[in-house]
Design a protein around this ligand. Sequence first.
Ligand SMILES: [Zn+2]
Length: 344
Amino acid sequence: MEKQLDYAVAQIVKLCAIPSPSGFTKEVEAHLLEEFRALGFKPTQTNKGSVLVDLGGEGNALVLAAHVDTLGAMVRSISANGRLALTKIGGYPENYIEAENCTVHTRTGKQYSGTILLKNPAAHVNPEVNNTKRTLEKMELVIDEKVSTKEAVKALEISAGDFVSFAPRTVVTKSGFIKSRHLDDKASSGILLALAKWIKEEKLPLTRKVYLLFTTYEEVGHGGTSGYPADVKEMISVDMGAVGDDLETDEYKVSICAKASKGPYDYDVTTRLIELAKKLALNYAVDIYPAYGSDADGALLAGHDFKHGLIGPGVAASHGYERTHLDGLENTLRLVKEYITTKK
Ligand SMILES: [Zn+2]
């Protein structure tokens, strides 16, 4: 297990380091293709960029889906003073990106570093800093170039429509915590990579057909709407477990979601996940997520006739500076492995 977890963490660190706001995921897609080929699989891609991997097995096909797109922003306009106004990609409170280092990716292939700040942010100058509600209208991206006019910024080939990625600030502590902006959903993407490696190396016998799907538009809602092989009957989103008031999930557990914003998950899938977690004596929680939509919800809303479920490692402070723990990764990996290697 240690071997699988080490690989999962190494992959999570690599994935978090690749900028991939929804709509800007080519590099992370290429990384997945390369990694799965190195593991001995034959990954394919859908037209919109999802990466599909056939893990083998026969009958009653299941898709395990994670997403590799993240929150981010896009340049909305260039101000007369050379600062950049932003529009969000995905949903998050603005105070979670204040003072964050970021990168502007121009359509011509250039990259510029910068920082997202409140306008007039100096505490020695602006007595209203503490009283100002953080909204994008009150904030701006200051790029690390000697520019103070719109024309000078345009000369750098920066334009409206350029993607902005946030610094991941990934940290792995000796005590087993993993912190990063993008654990949603790169933590579970790392878990699914580790699952594939485990299957290949130990020749784990699959009791059904299993596909992995890595989607690229989850944070904007349509990641899971398409890209499924015709034989798929069931889908489990392996995405972050929500942590917060009145939920039992924490960073050490695998979270089994019984209901999220779009309603309950499939009864049989959810119940079997709970039974297997009990059987393995995993550290797990069953929770209701009050403000959460998964790729599995997206698939059903798009009209796919799947049984569906949602599990994942507990990720605290989601859509901010997120944190999980090796224990959460281990409990999740053990549960998905059991799900595809034991008979009903
Ligand atoms: Zn997610």
